[in-house]
Design a protein around this ligand. Structure first.
Ligand code: ACO
Length: 322
């Protein structure tokens, strides 16, 4: 039997504070109507001052561990995807390892912006398939609200905070069928977040806020996600109609609807969380997966297509027989 990576637990955490479109319309020139129509977002969660990427990751991770019925000490590898780490180093993954009181495992962060959880799934799958690890914990955790210029209406309407987790285990039955990840650094200027403390002379005056040419990003995202769907189906010899659920990165309802159309899927087969979460970057796919697993929509044996697109540009997919 082929060795593969099976999902044995999922988890998610959203901070308590809700920021509505009305709240944002008091900060910038926008309206609830505009935001809902152009993005699908109504509210998003904002982390409290005492919360951190690691503290949110811990809550999501503990849920995934509990669902799996295993012990934290059995985890071989922790991969945290984040673009808003608490510290440049140590990695948020090392901080999470300490919080989970695990002594003997390897932990590292990866940075692929909104595609982070898909990249992490791809890395984890290689470790498991090769036999280098059995249990791998993946967490996407983001405090996007601290990277936002709350006077920039092009970005402050979009993002939210949260953490999603998945625990994988080696299996000889079913699990991840394939992952496909890509990047192209040529688009850096369309979407980036500076790190002013390590700036060079040419960008010394930039502030540490997400900067985006939204309309241009939108167009590339729609085309690219269409291509990744074709690539994933072809690699597995599957037809569009074989997919039971689409679990997309939650950036914009219009981008998600375009991918669903490409798959000839009804929106009832798409897990949508962005209405009340906004774009939680690397957390969003895992938060959506967790929601649909826990409310019983996603069932064992079903085919789930996860996909994401983000800064870099980075993009990717994971096809999972859940
Ligand atoms: N409220 C009201 N009007 C606005 C707002 C706002 N919040 N923002 C922009 N506008 C105006 C613009 O000024 C423009 O006005 P003009 O026609 O007079 O010049 C008009 O609305 C249209 O602006 P567009 O930028 O063309 O609006 P668009 O329909 O593209 O929506 C949005 C903007 C929501 C940002 C969209 O482009 C989008 O979702 N882009 C993709 C984001 C994404 O997927 N990012 C990747 C992941 S993020 C990551 O990796 C970190």
């Amino acid at each position: 039997m082929k060795r593969c990576s099976k999902v044995i637990g999922t988890g998610g955490y959203l901070p308590e504070t809700v920021r509505t479109n009305e709240d944002i319309s008091k900060l910038v020139d926008t309206t609830d109507e505009w935001i809902v129509e152009r993005t699908g977002i109504k509210t998003r969660r904002i982390a409290g001052p005492e919360e951190s990427a690691a503290s949110m990751a811990e809550i999501a991770a503990l849920q995934a561990i509990e669902m799996s019925g295993t012990e934290a000490g059995e985890i071989d590898l922790i991969i945290v995807a984040t673009g808003s780490p608490d510290r440049v180093y140590p990695s948020t993954a090392c901080m999470l390892q300490h919080r989970l009181e695990i002594q003997n495992c390897v932990s590292f962060d990866i940075q692929a912006a909104c595609s982070g959880s898909i990249f992490a799934l791809s890395i984890a799958d290689q470790y498991i398939k090769s036999g280098a690890a059995d249990k791998v914990l993946i967490v996407g955790t983001e405090i996007c609200s601290r990277l936002i210029d709350w006077t920039d209406r092009g970005t402050c309407i979009l993002f939210g905070d949260g953490a999603g987790a998945v625990l994988l285990d080696s299996s000889d039955t079913f699990g991840i069928l394939s992952t496909h990840i890509h990047s192209d650094g040529a688009f850096e200027d369309l979407l980036y977040c500076p790190n002013p403390q390590v700036a060079t002379d040419s960008n010394i005056n930039e502030k540490g806020f997400i900067t985006m040419k939204g309309n241009e990003v939108f167009k590339v995202a729609v085309n690219t996600l269409g291509r990744i769907v074709d690539e994933t189906l072809a690699a597995n010899g599957l037809d569009k109609s074989d997919i039971d659920w689409l679990v997309p990165h939650q950036a914009n309802t219009r981008i998600i609807a375009a991918t669903a159309r490409k798959l000839k899927m009804s929106m009832d087969q798409v897990v949508l969380t962005l209405e009340n979460q906004g774009n939680t970057s690397s957390a969003s796919v895992l938060l959506a997966l967790n929601e649909a697993v826990r409310d019983g929509r996603i069932k064992r044996g079903q085919l789930i297509l996860l996909e994401a697109f983000g800064a870099g540009f980075t993009w990717g997919s994971a096809l999972i027989k859940y």
